[in-house]
Design a protein around this ligand. Structure first.
Ligand code: UDP
Length: 314
């Protein structure tokens, strides 16, 4: 009998790719999304073995029938959006996580929560291993996301300890690809949108801060491997691409790839912006046999194509 996966946040950027991949593996998918940052357009081509429920996880969820796997990806995730919707972000990643954990417990489902590299804050250790506790400003402008995700992790671990729920915590590092929204405010989407439209490409600060960009298909493969892997209850695993680039390098690569005439301009660096970020993925390699396959330039090629063609080309 086909397995059923519930994906909270399934109409979002990563969530919608995950729904498709699960269906292609023969699963039935229930997608729960309040369409806060998710888009109906992201899932409009998914019809078979798919049910969409418009629901906000800050309210308790009742779902009929069996659910084997619960993926929790529901949250604003881009800095401008989570800061704009800061209280909602805090509640989605606290009360919302509680409601989803309760649902998984009631269904005796296996549970995967997507946490974030932001749990490491502005890290003092490099690259970041799962054992690093982080360097987070608990009251800064990013704390509505960072601390909420840290709370989600703590709550998830208590469901492992106290309820015996089979949970894994996945810390996602910067991810990009088709369906990243052009007004999302993240660096890759901003640069591509600006470059394609001849607008100035905005580097915040001097552009020497680094990020490591993971293509969405690699991320989705990692999430599914982590969910299907037995015997990893309570494990915390980084998923991301360890190839590290400065923001300035990313701007120049995108400018070159799009043959853009855009100027590169400087804007003030947002407060608490992490200086360096790069995942140590040795745990994912060892436990899941996972590592990214898509390098930055081919991944950007697909993403730029999508920004040019939009949903017509999926
Ligand atoms: N950034 C930038 N220009 C932009 C958007 C972002 O220089 O138009 C920088 C931002 O300050 C940060 C990095 O790019 O240092 C990554 O930002 P993003 O919002 O994508 O995600 P973060 O990794 O900070 O959560």
């Amino acid at each position: 009998m086909a397995k059923t996966a519930l994906v909270a946040g399934g109409a979002g950027f990563i969530g919608s790719h995950l729904c498709e991949a699960l269906i292609s593996l023969g699963m039935k998918v229930i997608c729960v999304d309040n369409l806060g940052s998710g888009r109906k357009e992201n899932i409009k081509l998914i019809t078979e073995n798919f049910k969409f429920i418009k629901r906000d996880i800050r309210k308790p969820l009742r779902i009929s029938g069996k659910v084997d796997y619960v993926f929790h990806l529901a949250s604003y995730a881009s800095p401008p959006y989570y800061q704009k919707h800061s209280i909602e972000t805090l509640m989605t990643n606290s009360l919302g996580t509680y409601n989803i954990l309760e649902l998984a417990t009631a269904k005796k489902a296996r549970f995967l929560i997507t946490s974030t590299s932001e749990t490491y804050g502005d890290p003092k250790e490099h690259p970041q291993k799962e054992t690093y506790w982080g360097h987070v400003n608990p009251v800064g402008i990013r704390s509505c996301y960072d601390e909420a995700k840290r709370f989600s992790e703590a709550l998830t671990m208590e469901y492992v300890r106290k309820r015996g729920l089979d949970c894994r915590i996945i810390r996602i590092f910067n991810t990009y690809g088709p369906r990243l929204q052009k007004d999302d405010g993240r660096v890759i989407s901003n640069f591509i949108d600006q470059a394609l439209n001849g607008r100035p490409m905005t580097i915040y600060g001097d552009g020497s801060q680094t990020r490591s960009f993971c293509y969405v298909s690699d991320m989705v493969r990692g999430l599914i491997l982590a969910m299907l892997k037995p015997g990893i209850k309570g494990e915390v695993i980084n998923l991301g691409n360890p190839d590290e680039f400065t923001v300035k390098e990313a701007a120049l690569i995108i400018k070159r790839m799009t043959r853009s005439k855009s100027r590169i301009v400087r804007k003030p660096l947002p407060k608490d912006d992490p200086c360096r970020r790069k995942p140590d993925i040795s745990k994912a390699k060892k436990l899941l046999g996972w590592q990214p396959q898509v390098k930055l330039v081919p991944g950007l090629m697909q993403t730029i194509k999508w920004f040019e063609n939009g949903y017509r080309k999926g």
